[in-house]
Write a protein that binds this ligand. Structure first.
Ligand code: MG
Length: 159
């Protein structure tokens, strides 16, 4: 039996010198604003896993009103969602993640992002896809006000 899940997230830029995507620190001329480390890609992936597992969403389990999660490493959220899915006998089949922004250009870091997701999720690299797109200058990502991310996952029941 298969279970599909989707996740979506957005974070706005703020002054800074690095961003986090898929748990990878990327030097950049701005940072992403957020209560945690604002890893928009990991948040979309975590929500997709929670969705497929019928476990609500990231904000339910890690509210941004809780000081505990201030500047938190988003890998914590992802690992927690994977653990909860496992308790329901659900395992990741594949990840399809899209990052939507004008900058930074994702192509130059794509392999690093895939490698890190592979490590965190204990999933073979050929089951992970990271896509990048722009919105052709339109909307908040087009105006370079922030980054959006969409993710689909497929989980399968192990028993
Ligand atoms: Mg978020």
């Amino acid at each position: 039996m298969f279970r599909i899940g989707t996740g979506f997230d957005v974070h706005a830029f703020e002054p800074g010198n690095k961003i986090y995507l898929c748990g990878v620190e990327i030097p950049f001329d701005r940072s992403l604003a957020g209560h945690s480390d604002a890893d928009v890609a990991l948040h979309a992936l975590t929500d997709a896993i929670l969705g497929a597992s019928a476990l609500g969403d990231i904000g339910l389990h890690f509210p941004d009103t809780d000081e505990k999660w201030e500047k938190a490493d988003s890998i914590i959220f992802l690992n927690w969602s994977l653990k909860k899915a496992k308790q329901r006998n659900l395992k990741l089949s594949n990840i399809d993640l899209t990052i939507i922004c004008e900058k930074p250009k994702i192509n130059s870091v794509r392999e690093q992002l895939i490698a890190n997701l592979s490590k965190i999720c204990s999933l073979e690299r050929d089951k992970i896809n990271v896509k990048a797109t722009t919105t052709e200058g339109l909307g908040f990502t087009g105006r370079e006000e922030g980054i959006a991310s969409i993710c689909s996952v497929l989980l399968y029941e192990t028993s």
